[in-house]
Design a protein around this ligand. Structure first.
Ligand SMILES: [Zn+2]
Length: 178
């Protein structure tokens, strides 16, 4: 089910530390996973975390693809739908890169700003069946993983963005047109 409205910053849920998932195979958790994937696609996002659909659990999803909101060079490495439950970022590269981010929970992804983050990370998490996996991610996927992981600790990209970099969605689309 697509969430009717993405939870916005200002709602305490977005600032809360999300709870660890203990009953991974429950209907409730499986429903959250399905709703996250549906909502991410519907709202043209490349990642989404459970608190954004009003569920304070340590779950997020990613799917790197071109969307109405993101048509720039950063989406050239398409990546499948991935589900991360109880994730941990176990390694971050020393090399950092600057990239533009928006967020469904910040003015419904109408504001973009640049954030400096490690270029690559290794994330360890459980998939929807509870199997533990490790994934090394680079570039936009690494950025999405870090952005979504922050949501589970109540951190929003605007906390980390260069305040001089903020621009509207349309300005961002124009500036980074392919
Ligand atoms: Zn976000």
């Amino acid at each position: 089910m697509i969430t009717k409205e993405i939870t916005q910053v200002g709602n305490p849920l977005i600032r809360a530390k999300a709870k660890k998932v203990t009953n991974l195979k429950s209907k409730k958790v499986q429903q959250i996973i399905a709703d996250l994937a549906d909502s991410m696609k519907h709202y043209n996002l490349v990642g989404m975390a459970a608190p954004q659909i009003g569920k304070s659990f340590r779950i997020f999803v990613s799917e790197i693809r071109e969307t109405k909101l993101r048509k720039d060079q950063s989406v050239k490495n398409v990546d499948q739908l991935r589900i991360y439950i109880n994730p941990q970022i176990i390694w971050r590269s020393k090399k950092q890169v600057i990239g533009y981010e928006g967020c469904g929970s910040v003015a419904f992804a109408n504001i973009f700003g640049s954030v400096k983050r490690p270029k690559s990370v290794i994330v360890k998490a459980q998939d929807k069946d509870g199997n533990i996996f490790k994934l090394k991610a680079d570039n936009l996927l690494a950025r999405v993983i870090q952005h979504e992981y922050d949501h589970l600790d109540g951190i929003v990209f605007t906390d980390k963005a260069d305040p001089k970099s903020f621009m509207s969605r349309n300005e961002h689309l124009k500036k980074f047109k392919k």
